[in-house]
Design a protein around this ligand. Structure first.
Ligand SMILES: [Zn+2]
Ligand SMILES: [Zn+2]
Ligand SMILES: [Zn+2]
Length: 244
């Protein structure tokens, strides 16, 4: 993604940052839905990404093993593999413990987490769909900063070469603030987005150019195992690094 410019006068098309796609994986079997949308809050460009991973219950062990073994497949930002990353606090650790709680039928409050190296808040949740399996839901809010001519730390911290831990003041300051800023004026709200995405997950998609699903949704098949929700607003390749 290119640097955005700040200010509503420029008319930065936030619509162009809206994206929704679904991938069907065969082995191991799972369906992954990812959505992206953007807001400018107090001149800062913030993106919200939500990912649903639907797994059949009889594949839950394999899924958890994969989360542990191939955690790089599920990086929520570029920092999860840093040597100094706090033990047991990677997104995959939270996903595994969330699935375990769900398996044990334990109720769990959805907690908010932060990466200590970049301006990002994220949440991990899970939901039981009975015979249809279970889903792990991750939502992240990424602050890219005000996008000035020379990028500041809020932009640079998301890059692969940026490895400085945010200092204590900064880290304390962004404890939940990014989500709060975004959600204060989010359209749709987190609640609405989450229930929309849940319905989209179970929509009908066929391997043909266009599927008009009974629920009224229109899916464009991009070949292979990937679909986009119509209308396509953005070039999906922009978000390749951020969706998984
Ligand atoms: Zn990070
Ligand atoms: Zn980041
Ligand atoms: Zn802050």
């Amino acid at each position: 993604m290119k640097q955005h410019r700040c200010g509503t006068d420029i008319g930065f098309p936030l619509e162009a940052c809206r994206h929704l796609e679904v991938r069907h994986h065969e082995s191991p079997q799972k369906v992954v839905l990812s959505s992206a949308d953007a807001q400018i809050v107090s001149d800062e460009f913030i993106m919200r990404f939500q990912t649903w991973t639907l797994v059949p219950w009889n594949r839950s062990d394999t899924f958890v093993e994969q989360l542990a073994k191939e955690d790089y497949m599920h990086d929520i930002c570029v920092h999860g593999r840093l040597a100094g990353y706090p033990d047991g606090s990677k997104v995959t650790d939270h996903m595994i413990s969330r699935v375990t709680l769900l398996e044990n039928g334990e109720d769990c409050q959805t907690r908010l987490f932060q990466c200590p190296y970049c301006y990002m808040d994220y949440m991990v949740d899970a939901k039981d769909f009975g015979e249809q399996g279970f889903a792990v839901i991750t939502t992240k809010w990424v602050n890219f900063g005000p996008g000035r001519e020379s990028p500041d730390i809020k932009w640079r911290c998301h890059g692969t070469r940026y490895k400085d831990r945010l200092d204590v003041n900064d880290a304390a300051c962004h404890g939940g603030e990014i989500r709060a800023d975004f959600e204060s004026q989010a359209e749709p709200s987190l609640e609405d987005l989450t229930s929309d995405n849940e319905r989209r997950l179970f929509s009908t998609r066929k391997r043909r150019a266009i599927t008009r699903a009974p629920d009224g949704r229109i899916w464009r098949w991009s070949g292979g195992a990937r679909w986009f929700l119509d209308p396509p607003n953005s070039n999906p390749s922009i978000w390749e690094r951020w969706l998984w």
